[in-house]
Design a protein around this ligand. Structure first.
Ligand SMILES: Nc1ncnc2c1ncn2[C@@H]1O[C@H](COP(=O)(O)OP(=O)(O)OP(=O)(O)O)[C@@H](O)[C@H]1O
Ligand SMILES: [Mg+2]
Length: 303
């Protein structure tokens, strides 16, 4: 994992609860201790990064330890901001009656599946571009998934789609024909940014994706799906972390039986992800909380 933290950007992906935030925090901590300027970006609504560091991590970026800054972004807040921004952009374009309908459409779009992850990724994109010169390393405790990755794969789709929508809208509203469309302009800017960030994310020396899983069926399936989407998009996975492996010192009938079951999944992981570097991290005897247990994870992650 040490080699991976020499990149500029790290993403931790995987099913809910497998240990993404824990691993991201451990890697960020050890990189900062090696003298790097690190920004750890948390996306967890449960504020687990604040719990781990036992200090509040807020939407204001701030140094939490020497060389290590933290920032929490909230997907639902980002969606709200995004919606308000779009509404603001169209507010002086239409008559009040039309505007009311348009606003209702925008509100509806914001409830669609994927809207939150798109708004979240929009904010992550901003950070990747704006912060890459201030920090040596930016660590995200989550990774873009299906919907977002596909958008990244073809940013031009965004504009094609919006152009079609705009045409339809203009056909319905001839009085607005002469007005330049700020929504379209904003989306075009967004397309440019997506193209920049895509280049950054695909550059192997700049960005690494780490897939976190545990030796259980569903998390393995999730990791396999992510891997497939990532490779479709042309992004390589740097490492797979197999977290919460039963520790060797756990003995007794119960553990023996669990271990036999676990071995089946460990073998499956070795088989299905044979081409990826894999790292096993044992289950510790308590949750990861405070610097001491985090250091323990850093060590196990060899970072
Ligand atoms: N190796 C480990 N040993 C013991 N506890 C662990 C280990 N790894 C993670 N945990 C604990 O498991 C819980 C989930 O971990 P974490 O919050 O890092 O997962 P996550 O993938 O970020 O979850 P979410 O998808 O909800 O954001 C936490 O309570 C954490 O302390
Ligand atoms: Mg998390």
């Amino acid at each position: 994992m040490r080699a991976l933290s020499d990149r500029k950007i790290l993403f931790f992906g995987g099913k809910g609860g497998v240990g993404k935030t824990t691993c991201a925090a451990a890697v960020a901590l050890s990189a900062s201790r090696r003298g790097k300027r690190v920004l750890l970006v948390s996306t967890d609504p449960a504020h687990s990064t604040s719990d781990i560091f036992e200090t509040p991590i807020t939407s204001e970026e701030r140094e939490i330890l020497p060389g290590l800054s933290g920032l929490e972004i909230d997907a639902s807040l980002e969606t709200r901001r995004y919606v308000d921004r779009v509404k603001g952009q169209i507010s002086n374009l239409f008559s009040p009656a039309t505007l009311k309908k348009a606003d209702a459409q925008i509100e509806l779009a914001a409830t669609m599946p994927g809207a939150e992850s798109v708004a979240l990724f929009d904010r992550m994109t901003e950070l990747m571009i704006d912060r890459k010169d201030i920090y040596d390393l930016v660590v995200f405790d989550t990774a873009p998934t299906g919907h977002t990755l596909r958008l990244l794969q073809s940013p031009e789709l965004l504009v094609t789609w919006v152009t079609a929508l705009t045409k339809a809208r203009r056909a319905m509203l001839p009085e607005d024909l002469e007005v330049p469309d700020p929504v379209l302009a904003a989306l075009e800017r967004r397309q440019d940014r997506l193209q920049d960030v895509r280049a950054l994310m695909m550059r192997e020396k700049a960005t690494a994706f780490v897939l976190v899983t545990i030796p259980e069926r569903l998390p393995i399936e999730e990791a396999a799906r992510s891997l497939e989407t990532l490779s479709e998009v042309g992004i390589q996975v740097g490492e797979i972390v197999v977290n919460r492996v039963l520790p060797e010192h756990a003995t007794g009938d119960f553990y023996e039986s669990r271990r036999r079951q676990e071995q089946v999944y460990l073998d499956e992981i070795d088989r299905r992800f044979a081409h990826l570097p894999r790292l096993r991290v044992p289950q510790l005897d308590s949750d990861i909380h405070g610097l001491k247990s985090l250091e323990c994870i850093s060590e196990l992650l060899q970072c």
